[in-house]
Design a protein around this ligand. Structure first.
Ligand SMILES: [Zn+2]
Length: 239
Protein backbone atom coordinates (compact mmCIF):
# COMPACT_ATOMS: atom_id res chain seq x y z
CA UNK A 1 0.00 0.00 0.00
CA UNK A 2 1.19 3.51 -0.75
CA UNK A 3 2.09 5.68 2.12
CA UNK A 4 -0.59 8.30 1.44
CA UNK A 5 -3.24 5.63 1.18
CA UNK A 6 -2.22 4.22 4.54
CA UNK A 7 -2.40 7.63 6.10
CA UNK A 8 -5.78 8.31 4.62
CA UNK A 9 -7.15 4.96 5.68
CA UNK A 10 -5.69 5.33 9.14
CA UNK A 11 -7.12 8.75 9.54
CA UNK A 12 -10.59 7.63 8.65
CA UNK A 13 -10.63 4.50 10.75
CA UNK A 14 -9.36 6.02 13.98
CA UNK A 15 -10.97 9.40 13.63
CA UNK A 16 -12.26 10.74 16.91
CA UNK A 17 -14.34 13.84 16.98
CA UNK A 18 -12.53 16.52 18.89
CA UNK A 19 -15.40 18.94 19.39
CA UNK A 20 -13.13 21.83 20.31
CA UNK A 21 -10.91 21.47 17.26
CA UNK A 22 -9.91 24.90 15.90
CA UNK A 23 -11.45 26.62 18.91
CA UNK A 24 -8.79 26.28 21.59
CA UNK A 25 -5.87 28.60 22.02
CA UNK A 26 -3.10 28.36 24.63
CA UNK A 27 -3.32 31.14 27.20
CA UNK A 28 0.44 31.07 27.76
CA UNK A 29 2.04 31.01 24.30
CA UNK A 30 -0.93 31.78 22.04
CA UNK A 31 -0.51 28.63 19.91
CA UNK A 32 -3.51 26.56 18.87
CA UNK A 33 -4.32 23.65 21.19
CA UNK A 34 -4.96 20.58 19.10
CA UNK A 35 -6.76 17.30 19.67
CA UNK A 36 -4.49 14.25 20.05
CA UNK A 37 -5.03 10.56 20.41
CA UNK A 38 -2.41 8.31 21.96
CA UNK A 39 -2.10 4.86 23.42
CA UNK A 40 -1.74 4.37 27.16
CA UNK A 41 0.65 1.72 28.63
CA UNK A 42 -2.24 -0.68 29.11
CA UNK A 43 -3.11 -0.36 25.42
CA UNK A 44 -6.22 1.76 25.85
CA UNK A 45 -6.67 4.93 23.81
CA UNK A 46 -6.02 8.29 25.43
CA UNK A 47 -7.66 11.35 24.01
CA UNK A 48 -6.51 14.77 24.97
CA UNK A 49 -5.80 18.33 23.90
CA UNK A 50 -2.25 19.59 23.77
CA UNK A 51 -0.68 22.99 23.10
CA UNK A 52 0.89 22.79 19.63
CA UNK A 53 3.64 25.17 20.77
CA UNK A 54 4.58 22.76 23.54
CA UNK A 55 4.39 19.85 21.11
CA UNK A 56 6.95 21.60 18.94
CA UNK A 57 9.11 22.45 21.95
CA UNK A 58 8.66 26.21 22.01
CA UNK A 59 9.21 26.19 25.78
CA UNK A 60 5.51 26.36 26.70
CA UNK A 61 4.60 24.34 29.79
CA UNK A 62 0.84 24.20 29.33
CA UNK A 63 -0.44 20.88 30.71
CA UNK A 64 -2.39 18.58 28.41
CA UNK A 65 -6.10 18.29 29.16
CA UNK A 66 -8.30 15.22 28.95
CA UNK A 67 -10.65 15.45 25.99
CA UNK A 68 -13.89 14.59 27.80
CA UNK A 69 -13.14 16.78 30.77
CA UNK A 70 -12.69 19.99 28.81
CA UNK A 71 -15.45 19.28 26.32
CA UNK A 72 -18.01 18.52 29.04
CA UNK A 73 -17.06 21.69 30.85
CA UNK A 74 -17.42 23.88 27.80
CA UNK A 75 -20.76 22.34 26.86
CA UNK A 76 -22.26 22.42 30.34
CA UNK A 77 -21.07 25.97 30.96
CA UNK A 78 -22.49 27.16 27.67
CA UNK A 79 -25.85 25.56 28.31
CA UNK A 80 -26.00 26.67 31.93
CA UNK A 81 -25.03 30.27 31.27
CA UNK A 82 -27.21 30.82 28.27
CA UNK A 83 -30.19 29.26 30.03
CA UNK A 84 -30.10 31.91 32.74
CA UNK A 85 -32.65 34.57 31.77
CA UNK A 86 -30.62 37.44 33.24
CA UNK A 87 -27.53 36.43 31.26
CA UNK A 88 -29.48 36.06 28.07
CA UNK A 89 -31.28 39.39 28.57
CA UNK A 90 -27.95 41.07 29.17
CA UNK A 91 -26.54 39.60 25.97
CA UNK A 92 -29.61 40.55 23.98
CA UNK A 93 -29.47 44.15 25.20
CA UNK A 94 -25.81 44.44 24.36
CA UNK A 95 -26.32 43.00 20.91
CA UNK A 96 -29.12 45.45 20.23
CA UNK A 97 -26.79 48.30 21.20
CA UNK A 98 -24.08 46.99 18.90
CA UNK A 99 -26.63 46.77 16.14
CA UNK A 100 -27.69 50.40 16.59
CA UNK A 101 -24.07 51.53 16.43
CA UNK A 102 -23.51 49.56 13.24
CA UNK A 103 -26.58 51.11 11.75
CA UNK A 104 -25.10 54.59 12.16
CA UNK A 105 -21.68 53.51 10.90
CA UNK A 106 -23.11 51.86 7.86
CA UNK A 107 -22.32 53.07 4.33
CA UNK A 108 -23.88 56.32 3.12
CA UNK A 109 -25.68 56.99 6.38
CA UNK A 110 -22.77 58.91 7.96
CA UNK A 111 -22.64 61.17 4.90
CA UNK A 112 -26.36 61.81 5.07
CA UNK A 113 -26.09 62.47 8.80
CA UNK A 114 -23.33 64.99 8.10
CA UNK A 115 -25.46 66.73 5.51
CA UNK A 116 -28.42 66.77 7.87
CA UNK A 117 -26.26 68.41 10.52
CA UNK A 118 -25.26 71.21 8.16
CA UNK A 119 -28.85 71.84 7.13
CA UNK A 120 -29.99 71.84 10.77
CA UNK A 121 -27.29 74.38 11.55
CA UNK A 122 -28.23 76.62 8.64
CA UNK A 123 -31.91 76.42 9.62
CA UNK A 124 -31.04 77.34 13.19
CA UNK A 125 -29.07 80.40 12.03
CA UNK A 126 -31.91 81.46 9.80
CA UNK A 127 -34.40 81.18 12.69
CA UNK A 128 -32.10 83.27 14.88
CA UNK A 129 -31.98 85.94 12.20
CA UNK A 130 -35.76 85.93 12.01
CA UNK A 131 -36.03 86.23 15.81
CA UNK A 132 -33.80 89.29 15.62
CA UNK A 133 -36.19 90.81 13.15
CA UNK A 134 -34.13 90.24 10.04
CA UNK A 135 -36.94 89.12 7.79
CA UNK A 136 -36.64 89.73 4.12
CA UNK A 137 -38.17 87.93 1.23
CA UNK A 138 -34.89 86.13 0.77
CA UNK A 139 -34.67 84.82 4.34
CA UNK A 140 -38.24 83.55 4.22
CA UNK A 141 -37.60 81.80 0.93
CA UNK A 142 -34.32 80.36 2.15
CA UNK A 143 -35.99 79.04 5.30
CA UNK A 144 -38.64 77.25 3.27
CA UNK A 145 -35.96 75.69 1.11
CA UNK A 146 -34.04 74.53 4.13
CA UNK A 147 -37.10 73.00 5.71
CA UNK A 148 -37.89 71.12 2.54
CA UNK A 149 -34.31 69.92 2.34
CA UNK A 150 -34.49 68.79 5.98
CA UNK A 151 -37.53 66.64 5.30
CA UNK A 152 -35.95 65.19 2.19
CA UNK A 153 -32.78 64.16 3.94
CA UNK A 154 -34.62 62.68 6.90
CA UNK A 155 -36.57 60.52 4.49
CA UNK A 156 -33.36 59.45 2.73
CA UNK A 157 -31.82 58.45 6.05
CA UNK A 158 -34.86 56.37 6.94
CA UNK A 159 -34.74 54.61 3.57
CA UNK A 160 -31.02 53.89 3.88
CA UNK A 161 -31.48 52.58 7.41
CA UNK A 162 -34.24 50.24 6.41
CA UNK A 163 -32.46 48.82 3.37
CA UNK A 164 -28.87 48.70 4.60
CA UNK A 165 -29.37 46.42 7.53
CA UNK A 166 -31.76 43.65 8.36
CA UNK A 167 -32.68 44.51 11.87
CA UNK A 168 -32.59 41.73 14.38
CA UNK A 169 -35.15 42.09 17.12
CA UNK A 170 -34.75 41.08 20.75
CA UNK A 171 -37.03 38.08 20.17
CA UNK A 172 -34.94 36.99 17.14
CA UNK A 173 -31.84 36.96 19.33
CA UNK A 174 -33.61 35.06 22.11
CA UNK A 175 -34.71 32.51 19.54
CA UNK A 176 -31.21 32.18 18.09
CA UNK A 177 -29.79 31.17 21.47
CA UNK A 178 -32.71 28.99 22.51
CA UNK A 179 -32.54 27.10 19.20
CA UNK A 180 -28.79 26.76 19.51
CA UNK A 181 -29.18 25.26 22.99
CA UNK A 182 -31.41 22.55 21.58
CA UNK A 183 -28.77 21.35 19.11
CA UNK A 184 -26.47 18.47 19.84
CA UNK A 185 -23.20 19.32 21.49
CA UNK A 186 -21.04 19.57 18.41
CA UNK A 187 -23.41 21.88 16.59
CA UNK A 188 -23.81 23.92 19.72
CA UNK A 189 -20.09 24.52 20.03
CA UNK A 190 -19.65 25.09 16.32
CA UNK A 191 -22.36 27.64 16.26
CA UNK A 192 -21.92 29.42 19.58
CA UNK A 193 -18.31 29.16 20.65
CA UNK A 194 -15.89 31.40 18.85
CA UNK A 195 -12.71 30.80 20.77
CA UNK A 196 -11.53 29.40 24.07
CA UNK A 197 -8.38 30.65 25.70
CA UNK A 198 -7.11 27.87 27.92
CA UNK A 199 -4.81 28.19 30.94
CA UNK A 200 -4.02 25.48 33.47
CA UNK A 201 -6.31 27.01 36.06
CA UNK A 202 -8.93 28.85 34.06
CA UNK A 203 -10.48 29.27 30.68
CA UNK A 204 -12.17 32.09 28.85
CA UNK A 205 -14.96 31.12 26.50
CA UNK A 206 -15.73 33.64 23.78
CA UNK A 207 -19.10 33.29 22.14
CA UNK A 208 -20.16 34.39 18.69
CA UNK A 209 -22.80 36.99 18.16
CA UNK A 210 -25.78 36.56 15.88
CA UNK A 211 -25.15 40.06 14.50
CA UNK A 212 -22.44 40.84 11.99
CA UNK A 213 -19.26 42.29 13.36
CA UNK A 214 -16.65 44.65 12.08
CA UNK A 215 -13.26 42.99 11.67
CA UNK A 216 -11.92 45.05 14.56
CA UNK A 217 -14.61 43.97 16.99
CA UNK A 218 -14.85 40.33 16.09
CA UNK A 219 -14.31 38.89 19.51
CA UNK A 220 -17.85 38.51 20.60
CA UNK A 221 -18.49 38.31 24.32
CA UNK A 222 -17.06 35.97 26.88
CA UNK A 223 -17.53 34.14 30.11
CA UNK A 224 -14.51 33.85 32.37
CA UNK A 225 -14.26 30.88 34.65
CA UNK A 226 -11.82 28.75 36.52
CA UNK A 227 -11.51 25.41 34.86
CA UNK A 228 -11.04 23.06 37.72
CA UNK A 229 -12.87 24.67 40.63
CA UNK A 230 -16.25 23.56 41.87
CA UNK A 231 -18.79 26.32 42.37
CA UNK A 232 -16.69 28.67 40.32
CA UNK A 233 -17.52 32.31 39.93
CA UNK A 234 -18.44 33.17 36.39
CA UNK A 235 -18.05 36.61 35.04
CA UNK A 236 -19.77 37.67 31.90
CA UNK A 237 -17.76 40.04 29.77
CA UNK A 238 -19.23 41.83 26.85
CA UNK A 239 -16.52 43.03 24.48
ZN1 LIG B 1 1.30 26.94 24.85
Amino acid sequence: MEKSAVREYGKRSTEVVHYLRNKLKCGYCGCPITGETGTARNGSLKRYYKCSGRKHHNGCQKATVKKEQIEDMVISTTIKELSRPEILDNIVNNLLEVQEKQLVKNGVIPLLMQEKKQIDKATENMLKAIEQGVITETTAKRLKELEAKQKEIEAKILIEQSKSIVRISASDIHKYYKDALRYEARALINCLVKEIILYDDKMEIYFTKPTRNDPDENRGFSFCLNTYTEGMAIQLIIK
